[in-house]
Write a protein that binds this ligand. Structure first.
Ligand code: KG4
Ligand code: ZN
Length: 361
């Protein structure tokens, strides 16, 4: 069983060692919509309210009971710490009562390994991890073995989608809303000409990302368009075509940035002469079809296999945590009943100490 409560999804799933998803329960908390973003305390309370029912629903859907499980895996961080604690305490209680092995999973490792739940992908593979909180390029050398090639120096890419959506009055979560709106743009080339955006760090060495300049540019672009549009006092006064074109331009700009940075990472990854070179994309933003297509093209051009988990496994879910649990359990990597939770928890061992924050519970 895998439990995920690190953000605004209360999710529980049960998977088998032979890659069958027996249950897949996800509750996306609606409580945050009126705020246009996730409120940590509200999220923690909502997790507490829902978690028991979600566990019951997952057991019911799978047709198993707690003693049938071979282990309980739970997100131990990084994330909103109140929510993480709710999931971890639930998992610890169930494991203690039924004497089950317990695995505290790094949420990012959950995203990183998900692809192996659905496809046979051998280590080492190159991973582009794109979510609401992260944007990283990593070589996945094995379970628990990650080499970071690049990361964002400011905002995460999902954040850029969410902020763009907010500026354009498209609601939360922003990624799917921007993708939907962009799909309404008939001429993407013209859209990009009409609404050009900067490409931070593109063409430079290395594999780091930067999205804060892009975010500011989107704000300016929207303000300018409002000024230019007769009768428009604010975003709701803009024609739908303009909103669609701005979303399309933003989405393609992000695609170009990701491909440029991933291109540099591919060169670095190939230096290690991997036996079966593969580019994997994971995390919530990997649900975006335009980005997937662009990355697939990049992989093909460089002779890499491209693999992306199905959309329902890209955004936060319990199956990714359950699967990371399976991989860890197989290697005997279980955790003691007093394992800590982590608000910040980088995947790679070289990350600075300041980027870690843990607490015992
Ligand atoms: O991995 P995830 O579900 O949660 C985190 O661990 O952060 O990622 C959530 C992020 C949000 O920023 C959301 O807007 C973005 O993924 N997202 C998308 C799409 N679906 C979700 N971004 C672009 N296009 C999408 N279709
Ligand atoms: Zn995530």
């Amino acid at each position: 069983m895998g439990i995920e409560t690190s953000c605004d999804e209360t999710a529980v799933a049960i998977v088998t060692g032979d890659k069958r998803i027996l249950s897949h329960q996800i509750l996306s908390q609606k409580e945050h919509e009126i705020y246009g973003g996730v409120v940590p305390e509200v999220a923690a309370r909502a997790h507490l309210h829902h978690i028991d029912h979600m566990v019951e629903a997952a057991l019911g859907e799978a047709g198993v009971s707690l003693p049938d499980l071979s282990g309980v895996a739970v997100t131990a961080g990084p994330g909103l710490i109140g929510g993480v604690m709710v999931g971890v305490m639930t998992a610890k209680a169930m494991a203690a009562v039924h004497d089950l092995p317990l695995v505290g999973v790094n949420h990012l490792e959950g995203h990183a390994l998900t692809v192996r739940l659905v496809e046979d992908v051998a280590f080492p593979y190159l991973l582009l991890l794109v979510s609401g909180g992260h944007c990283q390029l990593l070589v996945v050398e094995g379970v628990g073995a990650y080499r970071r090639l690049g990361t964002t120096i400011d905002d995460a890419v999902g954040e850029a989608f969410d902020k763009t959506a907010k500026l354009l009055g498209l609601g939360y979560p922003g990624g799917p809303a921007v993708e939907r709106a962009a799909a309404g743009c008939a001429d993407v080339k013209a859209a990009r000409k009409k609404f050009p955006l900067p490409l931070p760090l593109v063409g430079r060495e290395g594999c780091d990302f930067s999205f804060s300049g892009l975010k500011t540019a989107v704000r300016r672009m929207v303000e300018l368009r409002v000024q230019e549009t007769p009768g428009a006092k604010d975003v709701p006064g803009l024609p739908e075509d303009d909103i669609a074109a701005m979303c399309a331009s933003f989405q393609l700009t992000v695609a170009d940035i990701l491909c440029d940075r991933a291109g540099n990472a591919i060169a670095e990854y190939l230096k290690g002469d991997p036996a079966a070179p593969a580019l994997v994309v994971a995390g919530g933003v990997a649900a975006n079809k335009v980005l997937r297509a662009a990355l697939e093209g990049l992989a093909e051009k460089n002779g890499l296999r491209f693999v992306a988990p199905p959309v329902k496994l890209c955004t936060d879910n319990g199956a990714m945590i359950a699967w990371a649990g399976v991989e860890r359990l197989r290697l005997g990597l279980t955790d003691a009943p007093d394992f800590p939770v982590h608000a910040r928890w980088p995947l790679d061992p070289d990350a600075p100490v300041a980027s870690r924050k843990s607490e015992r519970i």
